[in-house]
Ligand binder design. Structure first.
Ligand code: SAH
Length: 218
């Protein structure tokens, strides 16, 4: 496994400053992201080392991407994580977002539909000290009814519709952050479960994600 050197720490600090300049104001989010060695989530190729801290998305294999740092910061900020929150993530991918949530003090459950990513990512998370993330191979549209309810749900792929099963698995007062496809656009939304069967929706920025797809992929 690669190292987290002073060079990486310096690049990371600069990335954090840029995120703050771009409008991310929650210090806890910035501090959490400052602790996660993003370059180690991009795969083995050291050519990524210097670009890992630019505001870019990267291919992580199987046509999937690790989201841009700004997108991770933005979604994490909208989640308003409190220490001890039980969080369900849809789309484990590289594991980077899950690591940021762990650094925020959350208990993280994460579902991935692609077997190859599900097989690979938990090992990396363990090696980097994020072994407390509970990972599952499955279809995120179904959630994890056995472990529900969740305080927060974060969807890290562009959803064609609001997954009703996930709304059911939210705690009362809980929130779901979801990039929702609307025509040509994908718009970040936050849905708050104010009480059983009662929801409030807020709309935020346009964004870009790989699609949230149904079923498992072997
Ligand atoms: N959170 C990830 C982002 C990865 S990209 C990270 O930090 O790297 C989105 C991921 O969502 C992909 O790995 C994709 O396979 C996965 N995905 C898409 N649809 C899904 C679904 N229905 N259930 C679970 N995972 C899904």
């Amino acid at each position: 496994m690669g190292q987290d050197t002073y060079l990486h720490k310096g690049l990371r600090k600069r990335m954090i400053e840029k995120l703050a300049d771009a409008g991310i104001s929650d210090k806890r989010v910035l501090e959490a992201m400052n602790r996660v060695p993003r370059h180690l989530f991009l795969g083995k190729d050291s050519v990524f080392d210097e670009t890992a801290y630019e505001n870019k998305a990267f291919q992580i294999g199987n046509g999937q991407t690790i989201s841009m740092p700004f997108t991770v910061a933005y979604q994490t900020e909208l989640l308003e994580i409190a220490k001890g929150d039980k969080v369900l993530e849809i789309g484990t991918g590289s594991g980077y977002q899950a690591a940021v949530l762990i650094e925020m003090g959350a208990k993280v459950f994460s579902i991935e539909r692609q077997k190859s990513l599900f097989d690979k990512t938990p090992t990396l998370l363990r090696q980097l000290g994020y072994g407390s993330v509970k990972t599952f191979f499955g279809d995120g549209f179904l959630g994890l009814p056995v472990f529900a309810p969740f305080d927060k749900i974060i969807i890290t792929a562009a959803a064609p519709e609001i997954p009703q099963k996930l709304l059911q698995q939210l705690e009362e007062g809980g929130q779901m952050v979801i990039p929702l496809e609307e025509g040509e656009k994908t718009i970040m939304r936050r849905i708050t479960k104010t009480e059983e069967n009662n929801f409030e929706e807020e709309q935020f920025i346009d964004c870009a994600f790989v699609p949230m797809l149904k079923g498992k992929k072997y």
